[in-house]
Write a protein that binds this ligand. Structure first.
Ligand code: GTP
Ligand code: SPV
Ligand code: MN
Length: 595
């Protein structure tokens, strides 16, 4: 041990795990730059990482071609009773799951180092922060955790003798025999991958994958799945939401938290460059919000993370300049293409395609190839502090007071650009019925329409019906201090398959309308699905788009919505008696309004 660990439970847990997984070494991470540099150097030497000379202190990793995204089909929420996990989660009884996984873990770190990563989700001085300890055998994981969370000896100090932490056990599941050459990206085959959560013990066991949300256990596993279950018990909220501050030309600040499914625009909205005069945006978080009711009765949010694990493809100076600026140094790239001048590239980056590159599988690539050069879920890991518009208040221990909550998803048709809920209950209904086309952020089919309530389908650590009830309970406690709730869809397409809304910076036009609604200034018409802006209610200055497209974006297709109702009915039916009556009531009202 390189430093003193007074916490008995921690020392004991690490000892027990080491006995099971049989590593060559145990190393306690201190979170220092020297540590990061040393591990990266090792990764480069063994051929797992490529230095990127154009971006100081930045490196490219190529994953195994089978290990490129979250694996929802191998993700488990394990309670003694299946009902507690609910119909939207995979379930195996804890005894059975642990028995299976214990056998997988046995000796799984042979030939490797066991790294102990003490990390804090949330600024260390925040009352909302929570501590986790990740055990991993992956250098890539350690380096990513350095960026994504607050790692270091301070965390162990804060833990003291009897502080509590979430144990997060991770292994790539690829032990090395004596003399065996290591793989650049070791991992286990799909049927041996398990991303398991035991919410009754606040415990995470992940095996077999080295990628993103499967392996950086502070993120989806802890900050969403385990935290959502904690939050239910303790009366707060853990949500798949970006956090953004907008300041009007008059200097009034609005804080916005928005839940969109994976790869549906959170990072982009979090770093928006408004196209409307005089409005300014600051980023607070791009993926996860922890929220609790403050002393003044309002809802306060912190970003529990300290970095961005963002989607590469589609990110450019044109679409998201603030992300591009965040990636200039100290960045880990995963599954991007490598250009001949030693930089990275992905589809949708500014400028012409490179004439030649090495693709994410390490093969020669030229623009005539049908396969993309970067994997569609290629990612960058960058420190949040490098974002030029990171809010000076992004690490405020008490968080920021939320005025506006937004739900949304990727829908090529039907769902309009923006609308507002009639009240909190109606807003919860909108969140619960959110739907989106699936993306490359999960291994599985892309473009399939599914219900993704609150963008939490893959991330809710307990029965989703009880989670819906939790939203009602929070609303009841917030009363007239509750944030206003909106729904958006930036992704409407023409019959030719082109996006009809320009999106990105122009999404500020929808945000401005929301802010003005909060202040009771902007107009709206009552429709079957909620308050809708008419053209004259939106600031469309300088927007060049065909009038018929705009009309389509702001239209409520009642026929289409009537066809949607039975799909909501059947989605709700999955929850049986557990579904809150208040949601059934909302669905009845929608049917009435649709006539
Ligand atoms: P996760 O990190 O998986 O949670 O994704 P995210 O929700 O942060 O999504 P992100 O902002 O990274 O966007 C994903 C993809 O959608 C990228 O290719 C973006 O370029 C694209 N995108 C984001 N916002 C818009 C928009 O307003 N319009 C269009 N057409 N595309 C967008
Ligand atoms: C998501 O899929 O929502 C992500 C990426 O933010 S991952 O960390 O892999 O979950
Ligand atoms: Mn996400």
């Amino acid at each position: 041990m390189q430093y003193e660990v007074k916490n008995k439970r921690l020392a004991e847990w690490v000892r027990e795990v080491a006995e099971l997984v049989q590593p060559d070494d145990v190393y306690w991470c201190d979170g220092s730059k020297e540590e990061y540099d040393r591990l990266m150097q090792e990764a480069v030497e063994m051929g797992a990482a490529t230095p990127l000379p154009k971006r100081p202190n930045s490196f490219l990793f190529r994953s195994d071609p089978s290990d490129v995204a979250r694996v929802e089909a191998r993700t488990y929420i394990s309670y003694p009773d299946k009902e507690q996990a609910g119909p939207t989660n995979n379930w195996i009884h804890p005894d059975e799951l642990k028995a299976t996984m214990r056998e997988l873990y046995r000796g799984c770190m042979k030939g490797r180092t066991l790294y102990v990563i003490p990390f804090s989700m949330g600024p260390l001085d925040s009352p909302m922060a929570r501590i986790g300890i990740e055990i991993t055998d992956s250098r890539y994981v350690v380096c990513n955790m350095h960026i994504m969370t607050r790692v270091g000896t301070k965390v162990v100090e804060k833990l003291g003798e009897d502080g509590t932490f979430v144990p997060c056990l991770h292994s790539v599941g690829a032990p090395l025999e004596e003399g065996q050459q290591d793989d650049p990206w070791p991992c286990a085959p799909m049927e041996k991958k398990y991303i398991s959560h035991f919410p009754e013990e606040d415990l995470i066991w992940s095996f077999g994958s080295g990628y993103g949300g499967n392996a950086l256990l502070g993120k989806k596993c802890f900050a969403l799945r385990i935290a959502s279950a904690m939050a239910k018990r303790q009366g707060w909220m853990a949500e798949h939401m970006l956090i953004l501050r907008l300041t009007s030309p008059e200097g009034r600040q609005y804080h916005i938290a928005a839940a969109f499914p994976s790869a549906c625009g959170k990072t982009n909205l979090a770093m928006i460059q408004p196209t409307i005069e005089g409005w300014k945006a600051e980023t607070i978080g791009d993926d996860i919000a922890w929220m609790q009711i403050g002393p003044d009765g309002r809802l306060y949010a912190i970003n529990p993370e300290s970095g961005f694990f963002g989607v590469g493809p589609g990110t450019s100076y044109d679409s998201n300049p603030m992300a591009m600026e965040s990636l200039k140094e100290n960045t880990i790239m995963t599954n991007t293409a490598l250009t001949d001048d030693g930089d990275i590239w992905w589809e949708g980056m500014d400028g012409p395609k490179p004439d030649h590159a090495i693709d994410w599988k390490g093969r020669h690539w030229t623009p005539d190839k049908t396969e993309p050069a970067a994997h569609p879920n290629a990612r960058f890991t960058a420190p949040a502090s490098q974002c030029p518009i990171i809010s000076p208040d992004w690490e405020k221990p008490e968080g920021v007071p939320i005025d506006i909550l937004i739900f949304g998803g990727r829908r090529a048709s039907l769902v309009p650009l923006v609308f507002q809920s009639y009240d909190w209950d109606h807003g919860v209904f909108l969140g619960s019925t959110a739907s989106s086309e699936t993306t490359a952020a999960n291994i599985g089919s892309v473009g399939n329409l599914r219900r993704d309530p609150f963008a939490m389908t893959p991330f809710c650590g307990y029965n989703m019906a009880d989670y819906f009830q939790h939203w009602f309970d929070m609303g009841d406690r917030l009363g007239d201090k509750a944030p206003h709730i909106f729904y958006v869809n930036w992704f409407r397409k023409s019959p030719e398959g082109k996006f009809i809304w320009p999106g990105f910076g122009d999404n500020s036009r929808a945000l401005k309308w929301m802010c003005e609604r909060v202040d009771g200034k902007a107009g709206a018409r009552e429709t079957a699905i909620g308050y809708m802006p008419s053209e004259e209610d939106l600031d469309l200055t300088g927007l060049d788009m065909p009038a018929e497209d705009l009309a389509e974006l702001l239209e409520v297709d009642e026929e289409g919505w009537r066809a949607e109702v039975p799909t909501i009915d059947s989605f709700y039916a999955d929850f049986g008696e557990r579904l809150p009556e208040r949601l059934r009531e909302q669905l009845r009202k929608l049917k009435e309004r649709l006539g």
